[in-house]
Design a binder for this molecule. Structure first.
Ligand code: ACO
Length: 326
């Protein structure tokens, strides 16, 4: 049956120039490369430079995506940013980006706060708006300056996170309602607010008037992440009537190689089809998926027509899955 699909027509990404290796971290806290790389798979991460803002990274990524898709600011009907580290409490990063890009006055812009699931949440909202015919072309950005809410004296958390941005331009396209269509084939988002204390920041605007630092119960996050991300994948594959064998790439939120490997094993997706960038990006929360997608497209790994399975999980807890034919 004829339908409207949300097609990704261009990707972009940005990483700050400053790199922080595990050896650098071992000079800051009591840790070492061996512990970090065996437990997490992370070897280095990028950190914003002095004065570099979340919106600056988002601009770099979205400009690259617009160039790749040959879309101008005039063409955009919506700007959405997934982040938990905005420049200011208000206005949104997306409004700032819309202004800096010079989109038509009146074009809607909003931020989504769903932590590491933010990009999957954002794409779900945008896909729904496109399928309803409310918009045709949108910029969807995931961006984080997690270094600003990292406690650099806490070895339990400071080794895990990084900064960066990824962006996609999506456009309405015609589909047949089949899994051979190009674009978003299925999405599903979830939350369980009773898990709040397993992953949170120690502050916030109304609580402490400062953003606070990330704290987590690593073991609980680990256990939950593998099960939740795998189930979200099963759900979107079921919706689209797809089996794991038909998936070209598993592109999970990049938190930790052991979580990623656990999800791949549960789904039966072989290692060579699993995209891993956490080794050189660290965990960049809402940025991790579009960053890994854009990097994989730029390197030629992901090609037009590939079936990509995308699970995410983060604070809230929030989680979700998305199936895309690129
Ligand atoms: N360097 C050296 N030792 C450390 C470090 C470090 N950076 N951090 C903790 N340790 C020590 C601990 O103090 C503890 O020492 P002790 O036994 O003397 O008390 C020991 O290492 C073991 O600590 P655990 O917390 O039990 O280590 P675990 O094997 O659980 O690994 C980790 C910790 C890597 C965080 C793991 O729980 C994990 O991967 N959790 C998933 C969490 C995650 O990736 N979160 C990202 C954000 S959420 C998201 O994006 C989905």
């Amino acid at each position: 049956m004829k339908c409207i699909r949300t097609e990704i027509i261009g990707c972009g990404h940005y990483l700050p120039s400053k790199e922080l290796t595990n050896d650098d971290l071992s000079k800051m806290v009591d840790t070492n490369d061996e512990w970090i790389s065996t437990r997490t798979g992370i070897r280095s991460r990028h950190i914003v430079t002095e004065g570099e803002l979340t919106s600056d990274m988002a601009m770099h990524a979205v400009e690259m995506a617009m160039q790749a898709s040959k879309v101008t600011a005039e063409d955009l009907d919506l700007v959405v940013v997934a982040t938990l580290t905005p420049d200011n409490t208000t206005p949104s990063v997306s409004a700032k980006i819309a202004g800096r890009l010079g989109v038509k006055v009146g074009t809607p812009a909003f931020d989504i706060g769903a932590a590491c699931s933010g990009f999957v949440y954002a794409m779900t909202m945008v896909d729904n708006m496109i399928r309803l015919g409310q918009i045709k072309t949108a910029a969807v950005i995931g961006v984080e300056s997690l270094s600003k809410i990292t406690d650099w004296t806490d070895r339990n958390t400071c080794v895990l996170f990084g900064d960066g941005a990824g962006a996609v331009i999506v456009r309405a396209s015609d589909g047949e309602g089949l899994s051979t269509d190009t674009g978003v084939l299925a999405t599903k988002i979830y939350a369980d607010g009773t898990q709040y204390e397993n992953l949170y920041t120690t502050g916030g605007v109304s609580a402490t008037q400062s953003p606070g630092y990330i704290r987590m119960n690593g073991k609980e996050v680990f256990k939950f992440a593998v099960g939740a991300m795998s189930e979200a994948c099963q759900e979107v594959m079921h919706q689209a009537n797809i089996t794991a064998e038909e998936v070209d790439w598993l592109l999970p939120h990049q938190a930790n190689v052991r979580i990623i490997a656990g999800v791949g094993q549960k789904l039966g997706v072989p290692t060579e089809k699993v995209i891993v960038t956490v080794d050189h990006h660290g965990n960049t929360s809402a940025a991790s998926i579009p960053l890994a997608l854009s990097e994989s497209v730029a390197s030629g790994k992901i090609k037009k027509g590939d079936m990509i399975l995308i699970p995410a999980m983060g604070a809230g807890f929030t989680w979700g899955g998305m199936l895309i034919r690129y």
